[in-house]
Design a protein around this ligand. Structure first.
Ligand code: CDV
Length: 311
């Protein structure tokens, strides 16, 4: 195996954020966890999707109301500035999800990667938006990501920062193999992802245990097949009575879970990750240059939905 290259990775899982909770109290919770991550010698701490507010796509409202109540018009802004200051002071990077309202009035489910100098080094806008845009009065709650957000327009970015190639995605993206392969083709060594996964599926009567199973099996398989570490941060527990799964994890390139949360509250997990672990898989079974056969993968970009078998 190649020489070890260590990066301290922390995942800061969040318990519920209720409608009544203001951004300042949320940022204070994030700051507490950032400091704990630093004490545990992390270089990078991963926060969840839409970390600053409750998971508002569960509520029906106008786009205008959503934009006013839940979206950020600038990043950083005065409320989140303390996080950037703390990153600089403690020399620790972070990954943070939030709802973005652009100057042109576009709305995205966005995340940023901030380095250990407190500078934003990359932005990502969620590509795989689940749910629906219409009101479903018979559903126990809504999942209105297709109403409130536009499809991301920044691809799946991988950034060389803090000594590692770091890929970014958000929640439902993690269930799509294309997400991780797009990262590993850019030599990602770590993928970071935040999520809000309701424990109940509004579309069919999915047994609740499957929510955790599909979440973990997806991350473990993706880490292995792409020879990369994956750090996944949940926002979880019961937000105003709407329960979401926990199960924040740090997965090794072997597909093994190296750390997992044990609560549904604010909780920091940590791994002193050896990035060189991925090299072994990249050099052998997943040596892309040697073994991939793109000439047989054309369907992957030509078709969106499944069609007829090829003749
Ligand atoms: N926020 C999400 O993207 N949640 C989806 C749910 C709807 C299945 C997820 O993939 O976890």
């Amino acid at each position: 195996m190649s020489q070890s290259r260590k990066l301290g990775i922390a995942v800061a899982q969040m318990g519920p954020v209720h409608l009544a909770d203001d951004r300042k109290s949320v940022v204070n919770r994030l700051l507490d966890m950032l400091r704990e991550a630093k004490e545990r010698r992390a270089n990078l701490v991963v926060f969840p999707e839409l970390a600053l507010t409750t998971f508002f796509p569960r509520y029906w409202m106008s786009e205008k109301e959503a934009a006013e109540r839940f979206f950020e018009t600038a990043m950083p802004n005065p409320t989140v500035q303390p996080l950037f200051d703390a990153a600089r002071q403690y020399e620790i990077g972070f990954y943070l999800g939030y709802a973005e309202l652009t100057r042109e009035g576009q709305r995205f489910n966005t995340s940023i990667l901030v380095d250990s100098h407190g500078e934003i080094v990359r932005k990502y806008r969620k590509i795989h938006l689940p749910g629906h845009a219409d009101h479903k009065p018979d559903a126990p709650f809504q999942h209105l990501e297709k109403k409130y957000f536009g499809v991301g327009d920044l691809g799946f970015p991988v950034t060389r920062t803090m000594g590692a190639n770091i890929g970014m995605c958000i929640c439902n993206d993690r269930r799509w193999p294309e997400t991780w392969r797009a990262m590993s083709l850019q030599s990602a060594e770590i993928g970071v992802v935040g999520y809000n996964t309701p424990s109940w599926n509004i579309h069919w009567n999915e047994p609740p245990h499957l929510r955790m199973h599909t979440h973990l099996v997806t991350l473990q398989a993706s880490a292995y097949q792409n020879a990369m570490w994956i750090a996944a941060a949940a926002k979880c527990g019961s937000e105003d009575g709407f329960h979401m799964i926990g199960g924040s994890v740090i997965v090794a390139p072997s597909g093994e879970i190296a750390a997992q949360s044990s609560t549904e509250e604010d909780e920091v997990i940590f791994v002193n990750a050896d990035l060189a672990l991925g090299d072994t898989f990249r050099e052998h079974v997943f040596n892309f240059a040697k073994h991939r056969r793109p000439e047989h993968y054309r369907l992957l970009v030509e078709r969106t939905g499944a069609g007829e078998p090829l003749p």
